[in-house]
Design a protein around this ligand. Structure first.
Ligand SMILES: Nc1ncnc2c1ncn2[C@@H]1O[C@H](COP(=O)(O)OP(=O)(O)OP(=O)(O)O)[C@@H](O)[C@H]1O
Ligand SMILES: Nc1ncnc2c1ncn2[C@@H]1O[C@H](COP(=O)(O)OP(=O)(O)OP(=O)(O)O)[C@@H](O)[C@H]1O
Ligand SMILES: [Mg+2]
Ligand SMILES: [Mg+2]
Lengths: 260, 260
């Protein structure tokens, strides 16, 4: 059964794109069929893997713009690209996605476009991972509404703890309109074990939100930046690095939780 | 003569707020009179120093909302708060600033509100530092239009290099409407000297944009997160750390450039 994982946090630079790509690679390595959808108009995930928006014939922008739900499966097929070595497919983004707030304003049901797309994907993929932009808007709402699980990457510091209330508020509001409440897990990212602040915030998280925090922790690792410079994921560039191992650990944790 | 420094980059988590606060502290330590204005609706700079938006009687939101330019000096006076130990004043933010795009939409001259405020600040401060949100919008435009210098903090990796074109495009567009082109400098932040990617990107920057890149480089330093957990700047919490020294170096570079 298809699992849609939304990687979301309205704070910038917390490791959403890194998580979407590395987790995608780790799940692919385990043999699962994975699609990574780049919902960020800045297209960082797409560009990371060499899918330059201006070179794509079709992007997610066309998918969202299409009014006729019956035509979207064909658009999806056109825009999905397979990657050469990474073990997942990609649905690339484009800066025009930032115009959706305006373009879709008077239409109905615009929060459920991605949810409706699940039907066309559920026999082709085991996991669809949504890389979200650091904004609260129509793209994030689509991701939260379509998701089985929302992964919230969070830097373990005091301000990050404060900042995560915003996505909690967004989920709380959406829950009023959804058949069941949004399931989420916090993922500690860029964890610096030498920093007392990191250790304290992690301890606080485990106390206050124990069953909502992943066991897996993503450590600071210079290899992530090396990987983005080479257009590959860390699992390909540095398979035995601490960063790569942490995302494999996360992939196992996620698959194990589903079978639980 | 008043120097307005806008700290801007539409990418999230690159060190804008850290730069605004640490540079503000460093310039204050040198004896200059400094005001840090928090233009980010997420209010990270304000919260970092303990100015919780919901506790403020007046915030920058009221300043922007005021139609009568003659009334803004009084609002400014009301909202500026001095900090106990940090050597600068603060103009706090509020989440309602995110509503300005809507609230100000039909008004004229909304890009020059901060520029017009300079007159009221130029005899009280030597430096006004603007902490910008990671969005291209009316707040960023106000900052760019009001600034003498735009400081662009940038993580030295391949994607950051690609991402910085967006703020270049924004400045290029604004330059067509301004009396003189916007002056800017790139500041390498979160520099990890063990990462080959960082070294390569820095070398590339120095080749391609030599006179537009600061000599000062801000290294990765765990002390920054410690400081945010304690509600103080790194200069107060870890004055001899590499991070603190780097921002002092930047403050000297900025003051030296002006006198040049
Ligand atoms: N564990 C880590 N250790 C070191 N660097 C990391 C780690 N995770 C991510 N990074 C780096 O931090 C930067 C920001 O990460 P990333 O782009 O994944 O964040 P993001 O939340 O997607 O940002 P945005 O909000 O702009 O979409 C990138 O340069 C990335 O390579
Ligand atoms: N040189 C550094 N070394 C280590 N950590 C740093 C450094 N600079 C900033 N940080 C940390 O990185 C995180 C992001 O920094 P900061 O909030 O300044 O970025 P920002 O660009 O203002 O983000 P936003 O786009 O959300 O406003 C914070 O936790 C901060 O403490
Ligand atoms: Mg991202
Ligand atoms: Mg900030």
């Amino acid at each position: 059964t298809l699992q849609v994982l939304a990687v979301a946090n309205q704070k910038g630079g917390v490791g959403k794109t890194t998580t979407a790509l590395s987790l995608g690679a780790a799940l692919g390595e385990m043999g699962h069929r994975v699609l990574v959808m780049d919902l960020d108009p800045h297209a960082c995930a797409s560009i990371h893997l060499g899918f330059y928006p201006e070179e794509q014939r079709t992007t997610l922008y066309e998918l969202f713009l299409e009014e006729d739900a019956g035509k979207r499966p064909a658009i999806l097929d056109n825009l999905i690209a397979s990657t050469t070595n990474a073990k997942f497919d990609v649905a690339p983004s484009h800066i025009r996605l930032s115009e959706l707030e305006m373009d879709l304003r008077d239409r109905a049901g615009i929060g459920a476009i991605l949810k409706q797309c699940r039907r066309h994907l559920h026999d082709r993929y085991d996991y669809v991972i949504l890389d979200c932009p650091p904004h609260v808007g129509i793209l994030l709402v689509n991701a939260l509404v379509a998701a089985n699980l929302v992964i919230i990457p969070m830097q373990t510091d005091f301000l990050a703890l404060h900042g995560v209330r915003l996505i909690f508020a967004t989920m709380k509001t959406l829950n009023k309109a959804l058949p069941q409440p949004i399931d989420f897990r916090i993922l500690a990212t860029m964890f610096d074990r030498r920093a007392g602040a990191c250790q304290r915030v992690l301890r606080l998280l485990r106390q206050k939100a124990a069953n909502k925090v992943f066991e897996s922790i993503i450590p600071m690792d210079t290899k992530f930046r090396e990987a983005s410079g080479m257009g590959k994921t860390i699992l390909e560039v540095a398979p035995s690095s601490r960063g790569a191992q942490a995302y494999r650990h996360l992939a196992k944790e996620i698959t194990a939780n589903e079978n639980a």
